[in-house]
Design a protein around this ligand. Structure first.
Ligand SMILES: Cc1ncc(COP(=O)(O)O)c(C=O)c1O
Length: 461
């Protein structure tokens, strides 16, 4: 097979849904089939995906933020191809990898001066797990304060910091010593930190599940409260980091903010190799690795592997070389401005939120139209979670735009376009959204028929 691997793969084309049903996650396959998202994409390049019939799709989901530079960026591909052609020693473990050193140097060029130490991980949740351990070790305290609606990953430590019960329930007792506070609420944060027993306060500058952004002044004040109580400020920028919001890191929108720990992942992979990083100050890292005896007290088998480090280096290089952060800022401003215009006349849209190219629409019961209010109520009585499908289904089927509802038990639709996106592609999206929002306002109408059918099928299933 090794010489004809691609031919062998081609022979198996079309089997993926049955294989996933049999061996991976049958509920997921059922969900995809129910909403007609089982497209069987065969190719991805830049901002686009193609199905087997040659239809082109604009990807505004980007693998949950992984394809920030689009799929198969030629420069990243070229760097990885060069490396795979060598016999690099890789993961010797009892030596120091040059690639890891270079990746750490490149990454910390864009963080605040004192954020100079890097622990490489394999995922976002692992970056958060490291932040939990590092802050506990550096402070000698246990409690981690986190926010309502927060999402920091789904391994049990990160899950203990999840602000939605939906994700936590059914998994038993999670990491002890955590405390939830409302997002953007400094009074509650001050109270939670006042006994000087919290090791860390962790927060996403833009919440992934709600697209809610920290208010101006919030991070500065949270930082002041943390410093006052000896608590470390941990910013989870797994999603909002690396250009996504129009700055290298989202916290840099507020000049005086400098976290003690910064978690990143997703975009760092270049869309090729899983990688994450927990970036911190020397004083934190030196507490964890405080002696030769403790020099691998926190470690991972695959961290610092050559392909991941090269993917990280290549991604950072492309971001600098192609002025990706600047493009994200400009395109973010453009899309936000246009969205305001498009959504103004839609009575279901209650808010447009986000920063840069991480933005979402929130929907609510319309107040001014009896007919639409009735439609909303009927649908929510039947199934509280399907309204968002009325947006994402026609976006995919009619307009060939891939997106997803932001979270469970929420009406928010979030968009994470590639940071390389052009005005032309944003216009493709804006035109499509305009049409979809207009269709929503026709009740009875085809959009409502589809979603009522879906709600009924979901109940039957
Ligand atoms: C803010 C944030 N933190 C952590 C994670 C977890 O990352 P991973 O899925 O790579 O474990 C995510 C994933 O979406 C995230 O958005």
């Amino acid at each position: 097979m090794h010489k004809e691997f691609l031919a062998w793969l081609e022979q198996n084309r079309g089997r993926q849904y049955d294989l996933h049903t049999e061996h991976i996650n049958s509920a997921f396959v059922k969900m995809l089939r129910t909403i007609g998202f089982d497209k069987g994409y065969v190719r991805g390049e830049g901002c686009y995906l193609w199905d087997g019939e040659g239809n082109k799709y604009l990807d505004l989901l980007t693998g949950w933020g992984v394809f920030a530079l689009g799929r198969h960026h030629p420069k990243i591909k070229a760097i990885l191809q060069q490396l795979i052609g060598t016999d690099s020693p890789n993961l010797v473990r009892m030596d120091c990898s040059l690639l890891a050193g270079l990746a750490a140097e490149a990454l910390t060029r864009h963080t605040s001066a004192d954020l100079s130490r890097v622990f490489f991980t394999n995922s976002g949740t692992e970056s958060v797990e490291a932040a939990i351990k590092f802050s506990r070790c550096a402070t000698g305290r246990e409690r981690i304060v986190y926010c309502e609606h927060a999402f920091h990953g789904l391994t049990t430590g990160s899950l203990a910091l999840n602000g939605a019960d939906f994700f936590r329930e059914r998994f038993g007792t999670l990491l002890p010593g955590t405390q939830r506070v409302p997002f953007n609420n400094l009074v509650a944060l001050e109270a939670a930190l006042s006994d000087k027993q919290a090791a860390a306060f962790i927060v996403e500058p833009v919440q992934g599940k709600s697209c809610e952004v920290v208010q101006d002044g919030y991070l500065e004040e949270a930082q002041r409260l943390c410093r006052k109580s000896g608590t470390l400020l941990v910013l989870d920028e797994v999603q909002s980091g690396l250009g996504r919001t129009g700055k290298w890191f989202c916290y840099q929108h507020w000049p005086n903010v400098e976290p003690d720990i910064l978690c990143v992942s997703k975009a760092l992979s270049g869309g090729y190799v899983p990688v994450g990083a927990t970036i911190t100050r020397p004083r934190v890292m030196d507490c964890v690795f405080d002696s030769m005896e403790h020099c691998v007290i926190h470690s991972n088998t695959f961290g610092q592997n050559d392909m991941a480090m090269a993917a990280a280096l290549a991604s950072l290089y492309v971001m600098e070389d192609e002025h990706i952060v600047e493009n994200a800022a400009e395109m973010g401003r453009y899309v936000m401005e246009k969205l305001k215009g498009i959504t103004q006349s839609c009575p279901f849209v209650s808010d447009i939120r986000g920063k840069g190219l991480m933005f979402g629409l929130d929907f609510a019961r319309p107040e001014n139209s009896f007919k639409l209010k009735m439609a909303w109520d009927m649908l929510h009585k039947l199934n509280a979670g399907v309204f968002g499908q009325m947006i994402i289904i026609p976006l995919l089927h009619k307009h060939h735009i891939l997106s997803q509802v932001a979270g469970y038990h929420t009406e928010v639709i979030k968009f994470l376009p590639p940071l390389t996106i052009t005005r032309e592609d944003l216009d493709w999206f804006l035109g499509a959204l305009d049409e979809v929002l207009k269709d929503l306002q026709r009740f009875p109408g085809a959009a409502w028929d589809t979603v009522f059918g879906l709600a009924k099928r979901a109940i039957r299933a």
